[in-house]
Ligand binder design. Structure first.
Ligand code: ADP
Ligand code: MG
Length: 681
């Protein structure tokens, strides 16, 4: 029913509601409070107790704002309650509060008061101003809704309350009764009433839990349906790894595989042996050995007479993968093609033809080139090196004949578990937690200017011992931020003047960059001053030193990626981050960075500092935002919902059981289009 026909909602109000996206009664019902006001302990001044959260209603009698130094002030507001008792509210350095609290205004102030000899005082209380027509609150928890201009909080409360009363009871339950019981979830009507008007904090929690679970359950169902569909409608080649093939592949690696690599390989081999395509995410820190796992999978495809392709996001990285593969495949009969930008037209078309004819087994290149140009004859496996991009994806579309290939996506950014379960919910996940043996620790220091001289002395000493190093700076010129050119000038005319120093940044031409990179990897250059271009694709094992300038400007995962560049060889690494962390969040980020080198731990910390919204902005993944669930808080509900959704889809893959009709409608309505679920069943 359109919102306009709701009780006491006129044309005008309906327009305001529309601006909030509330078009129907159901929209209003599910417009959950963004916050609550705790007015449960209503007291008169006479009844106040020291140190307990309480609320007093009254009228503002006196407002006094005093300056007590430059930029410092005290605001004192005297409030008189109905029985004539006084309480003083005090704010330090918040002069603007004055505007809310003019003389004669009716307010409810909540806080923990103290008795100051003559009068009760409460500092920095929460203030609710009461509209003239509004009754005094009576011991309640009040919802706070998001608003738009033209509609007031009390009006919104009234509209929602009336809609809940009139339409709440008409709502159908989503879950079968035994499902509710098993998961200790409240029925929808009860939960709805309590989430808008909680009787107490316990009931608010239970009501919220019900809707959090529901939201996550619908999402997980959608993801499960998508997986089930992919399996049903595609047929992939069954690529089996016999013991003989396994031995032949392993012989190519000059080292023992780590436990994590062995486990991942086993999972991948299991997937590829099935006739439904693998959709697997392989995550692990920089240097954890992902490429080796991917190479194993590619060779397994080749051993089964199929082609494999590895796609990188950039040229530099594509070339590096090419180099790695060439080295590993030296002693095999595998025929490989590298499709990079520098090829002549003739050579390129020759390669494309060979790939189309099946004379090439393994192809490496950038995603762009491969997706645009290449026709495969018998593609069995696609490896995508994603680096920093996240999320439920549209599958890369490749030109190929025959069946669907298996997919393996690699990411070097460890992803918090709750996020892999949602944004990556359509992928299976393999994780490399351990790094190959002999990997050296990197010591990380946070430093201010006073440490600069000592650090450069140390840096120079290590260079003389034969090591190499990076100096990472932000690119832009801004007041107070060392730009890369400036840093370079300062260093070559100062602390590093007796060393061979190169400069590289993202605004240089590709061939210039490549030339500099080559000089650095061959050791001709000892120091590389660079911007974040160094983040990807650089692997120089003799480089053990890193200076990060203006470190407050980089994100946590970026800092971690930088540092990954100096833990690649047999010498210990040293990283110093110079930072001007006047901002608390930046300071916390830097402290986290210095506190651990474990990428998974850092990912969790980053997640907590920034919150899921920012870190994995769902919009960029095409998933609609979550309305009530919070991936940081609601991990238990997420796990539960995921398990339950999987079990349900197992028993009813297309949700065609009439008992599940409502769930099915909800899944389609919310996720049908973005997840391309088509007409399920
Ligand atoms: P990633 O792709 O995760 O960054 P790589 O696969 O490129 O990591 O491996 C990083 C380095 O470690 C490479 O030089 C690789 O040869 C080496 N390496 C990989 N696996 C092992 C292993 N099991 N034992 C020893 N060295 C390994
Ligand atoms: Mg790699």
């Amino acid at each position: 029913m359109p919102a306009r026909y709701l009780n006491r909602v006129g044309e005008y109000c309906a327009e305001m509601l529309e601006r909030l996206g509330l078009r129907t009664a159901a929209d209003v019902l599910f417009f959950f409070p963004r916050d609550y006001e705790d007015l449960t302990e209503m007291r008169s001044v006479e009844e106040l107790e020291e140190g307990v959260l309480q609320t007093v209603c009254g009228t503002v009698e006196e407002v006094e704002l005093r300056g007590i130094g430059p930029g410092r002030s005290v605001l004192g507001v005297l409030v008189r309650d109905r029985e004539g008792g006084y309480i003083r509210a005090v704010w330090f350095n918040m002069p603007y509060m004055k505007d809310k609290l003019s003389h004669g205004r009716r307010v409810a102030i909540s806080g923990k008061p103290k008795f100051k000899g003559l009068v009760w005082e409460v500092s920095h209380p929460i203030v609710v101003t009461l509209a003239e027509e509004e009754a005094e609150p009576t011991g309640e928890i009040r919802p706070v809704y998001s608003l738009t201009e033209g509609i007031k909080q009390w009006e919104m409360r009234r509209i929602v309350a009336e809609t809940v009363a009139s339409h709440g009871p008409l709502l159908d339950e989503v879950f079968p009764p035994e499902h509710l019981q098993r998961h200790d979830l409240w029925p929808i009507g009860q939960a709805l009433a309590e989430i808008h008007r909680p009787s107490n904090w316990e009931t608010q929690k239970k009501a919220r839990r019900r809707f959090v679970y529901q939201e996550l359950f619908i999402l997980q169902l959608a993801l499960a349906v998508r997986r089930a569909r992919q399996n049903k409608f595609s047929d992939a080649p069954m690529l089996e790894v016999s013991a003989k093939v396994d031995a032949r592949i392993r012989r190519l690696f000059p080292f023992e595989l780590t436990v994590g690599q062995r486990e991942s390989i086993e999972q991948i081999a299991n997937d590829m042996a099935k006739d439904s395509p693998m959709n697997r995410l392989l995550q692990g820190d920089v240097g954890s050995g992902k490429t080796v796992v991917a190479v194993y999978a590619m060779l397994a495809a080749v051993a089964n007479g199929h082609q494999a392709v590895m796609m990188a996001p950039t040229e530099v990285l594509a070339r590096q993968h090419g180099k790695t593969l060439r080295r590993l495949l030296e002693n095999s009969h595998v025929r490989m093609a590298e499709l990079t930008g520098g090829l002549s037209a003739a050579r390129r078309s020759e390669m494309l033809k060979a790939i189309g004819d099946g004379r090439i087994d393994v192809v490496v290149g950038t995603q762009a080139i491969i997706q645009d140009d290449v026709n495969f004859s018998k593609l069995g496996l696609v490896v995508i090196d994603e680096q920093h991009k996240f999320g439920v994806r549209q599958r890369a579309t490749l030109r190929r004949a025959g069946s669907d290939p298996h997919y393996l996506v690699m990411t070097a950014t460890p992803i918090p578990r709750t996020v892999t379960m949602t944004l990556f919910g359509d992928l299976d996940v393999s994780t490399l937690r351990d790094s190959p043996p002999g990997r050296q620790e990197v010591k990380t220091y946070l430093a201010g200017e006073e440490r600069r001289q000592r650090w450069w002395d140390f840096f120079a000493k290590k260079l003389r011992e034969g090591r190499q190093g990076y100096v990472v700076t932000p690119l832009v010129d801004e007041v107070g931020v060392t730009s890369v050119n400036e840093a370079y000038e300062t260093l070559v005319n100062g602390p590093l003047e007796s060393f061979r120093v190169g400069l590289i940044h993202g605004r240089m031409r590709t061939d210039e960059k490549d030339a500099i990179m080559d000089e650095f990897s061959s050791g001709k250059l000892q120091v590389l001053v660079c911007t974040s271009v160094v983040e990807v694709g650089v692997d120089v094992s003799n480089a053990t030193l890193m200076t990060i300038e203006s470190a407050q400007r980089f994100g946590l995962s970026q800092l971690h990626q930088f540092r990954g560049r100096i833990s690649r060889g047999r010498y210990p690494g040293f990283c110093t981050a110079f930072a001007d962390a006047s901002n608390e969040l930046a300071q916390k980020r830097l402290e986290a960075f210095a506190s651990t080198t474990d990428g998974f731990e850092l990912a969790e910390l980053d997640f907590q500092l920034r919150g899921p919204g920012e870190l994995f902005g769902t919009r960029q993944h095409g998933l609609p935002p979550l309305y009530i669930a919070d991936l940081l808080r609601d991990t238990r509900e997420l796990e539960e919902a995921r398990e339950d959704a999987a079990a349900l889809i197992e028993s009813d893959p297309a949700l065609s059981n009439p008992q599940h009709a409502r769930l099915r409608r909800m899944v389609l309505k919310r996720y049908g289009r973005v997840l391309d679920l088509g007409d399920v069943g």
